[in-house]
Design a protein around this ligand. Structure first.
Ligand code: HEM
Length: 112
């Protein structure tokens, strides 16, 4: 593994982060514990800003988060610890699935 590369690059860049965000909110919006929180949200905006947030956090130097203040956005949503934990579970599962399949794909293409 090349440690000089950012997590963003190692994960697969723009396309993979888009995929991650799409799959993540697909799970979140089907989750009975979480979906009600998003009923009034503009989901195309949330997806777009979350993608920018993740890209920046994962080390993409060309992207800056341009969304709302995150404390302000969430402060009146009354998010419980259980909801926060479930949100993280979805994210972790998808990130793991994608990294595993990405690594497996790279192994297969290298061996040919
Ligand atoms: C580390 C955890 C989290 C991060 C980094 C995060 C990040 C974000 C971002 C970037 C936005 C878009 C802001 C914008 O529109 O400019 C957003 C909106 C939102 N988030 Fe989160 N979020 C997190 C956890 C959660 C959790 C646990 C819930 C609920 C279960 C939640 C519910 C929402 C909702 C409902 C909106 C839309 C609010 C609105 O449009 O008024 N978020 N979040």
């Amino acid at each position: 593994m090349d440690n000089k590369k950012s997590l963003y690059e190692r994960f697969g860049g723009d396309q993979q982060v888009s995929e991650l965000i799409d799959q993540f909110y697909y799970k979140v919006l089907f989750d009975k514990l979480l979906r009600d929180k998003f009923l009034k949200a503009d989901m195309s905006r949330v997806r777009y800003q979350q993608k920018r947030f993740f890209s920046q956090m994962m080390g993409d130097k060309n992207t800056q988060y341009t969304g709302k203040d995150l404390v302000e956005v969430h402060k009146d949503l009354n998010i419980t610890n259980q909801q926060f934990d479930k949100f993280k579970v979805h994210l972790k599962n998808i990130a793991q699935d994608m990294e595993v399949s990405g690594a497996a794909f790279r192994r297969i293409t290298r061996s040919r």
